[in-house]
Design a protein around this ligand. Structure first.
Ligand SMILES: Cc1cc2nc3c(=O)[nH]c(=O)nc-3n(C[C@H](O)[C@H](O)[C@H](O)COP(=O)(O)O)c2cc1C
Length: 208
């Protein structure tokens, strides 16, 4: 499928068949997440991947009563960071220096630039991290569609319950959005053959 065909084909699938997606396809989707852009390249998020039926059932019961969570092949849970400590920052800067063979002077300047943002009391680090996380979500959704894999972004869940279920340290990170991966059940999904509802381009785009 070309880009637009894939975007027209995909939809937020409400019923899946339970059929498994291939490991190679899963890896491609995860690689798309890894390659997503983020502010300064900091990737202030992590993704939990699970196909564990018991865990999926528990998530359904305690946090997200959407049937597709139990019918998917894999569930991706995107967690956004709430703080970027020195260890995180210096690890990132060391990798930047190593992979690009950057000078100490360049790294010091980059460090300053980033700290100006993340130490700015007007910047809410968690909100800022959440913005980056949604870009990664978009990349995963699109990568799945290109391979004919269905994906449902899910925000409708009890984040507190999920954080507890996953034993997340909420001083550090919180679950913000999920993505089910799998295959649509066309017989059971009332949305399987519905047309897309989107604004026409002239209402969405202003050309100056
Ligand atoms: C961030 C985000 C959160 C969403 N949360 C849910 C959700 O909790 N449950 C659900 O069924 N669909 C969810 N959706 C899917 C949207 O309802 C859907 O993308 C939108 O109606 C457009 O339809 P389409 O994606 O099928 O073209 C979410 C989509 C996004 C981008």
């Amino acid at each position: 499928m070309n880009l637009i065909e894939a975007l027209k084909w995909r939809y937020a699938t409400k019923r899946m068949t339970g059929e498994k997606i291939g490991e190679k396809e899963l890896e491609t989707i995860l690689e798309a997440i890894r390659l997503a852009p983020s502010a300064y390249g900091l990737q202030p998020y992590k993704v939990i991947v699970t196909e564990n039926k018991e865990l999926l059932h528990e998530i359904f019961e305690k946090s997200c009563p959407q049937i597709v969570v139990q019918q998917c092949s894999h569930l991706l849970i995107f967690k956004a960071k709430k703080r970027l400590n020195e260890e995180y920052m210096e690890g990132f800067l060391a990798e930047l220096k190593r992979s690009r063979n950057s000078t100490d002077e360049y790294i010091a300047g980059y460090r300053n630039k980033i700290y100006n943002v993340i130490l700015n009391p007007e910047v809410n680090t968690f909100n800022w991290a959440v913005h980056q996380t949604y870009i990664a979500l978009g990349y995963a959704t699109f990568a799945a569609a290109q391979m004919g894999i269905d994906a449902t972004p899910i925000e409708g869940f009890d984040a507190g319950a999920l954080n507890r279920l996953l034993s997340l340290n909420i001083e550090d990170e919180e679950a913000v959005v999920m993505l089910t991966l799998g295959y649509r059940n066309e017989k059971e999904d009332r949305l399987a053959f519905q047309p897309k509802v989107r604004k026409p381009l002239d209402l969405l785009v202003e050309r100056l």
